[in-house]
Design a binder for this molecule. Structure first.
Ligand code: MG
Length: 159
């Protein structure tokens, strides 16, 4: 049985925060704000995987009200999503994700992001697709106020 899930996330950009995308710390004048490391890309992917399993979102596993997740590296969320697949005897077929950010340039970091995400999900890097676009200067992304990410995941589960 093949299942698909969708994930979406957005975080605000703020001065004085590191910019961490796909587990890569990228030099930039602002970083994403949030309770964890605010890795918007990993969060969207996590929700896509959990969605494919019919589970609740990332917040139902890691409540933002819980202080132990403060500044937590988001790979732990993906590791939990991988455990959820494994506990069902399933297999992650693929993930495809789209990051929407006006700056900085994402392309030089995509291979490192894929490697980090694949490691957290315990799959080959070829399982993970990452693309990025700007918002053509429009809206909150275009003004550099935040970043957004969309993701889909396909999971094979036993019948
Ligand atoms: Mg988030």
């Amino acid at each position: 049985m093949n299942r698909v899930g969708i994930g979406y996330d957005v975080h605000r950009l703020k001065e004085g925060r590191p910019l961490i995308l796909g587990g890569v710390n990228i030099p930039h004048d602002t970083g994403l704000d949030g309770h964890s490391d605010a890795d918007v890309l990993m969060h969207a992917i996590c929700d896509a995987v959990l969605g494919a399993l019919g589970e609740g979102d990332i917040g139902s596993f890691f409540p933002p009200s819980d202080p132990q997740w403060k500044n937590a590296p988001s790979k732990i969320f993906l590791e939990e999503a991988a455990r959820q697949i494994e506990s069902r005897g399933g297999r992650l077929i693929n993930v495809d994700a789209m990051l929407i950010a006006e700056a900085p340039k994402i392309a030089p970091h995509v291979d490192a992001m894929k490697a980090n995400i694949a490691a957290a999900l315990d799959v080959p890097a070829t399982t993970i697709g990452i693309k990025a676009t700007t918002n053509e200067t429009m809206g909150f992304v275009g003004r550099g106020e935040g970043m957004a990410a969309h993701a889909v995941a396909s999971v094979e589960l036993p019948d």
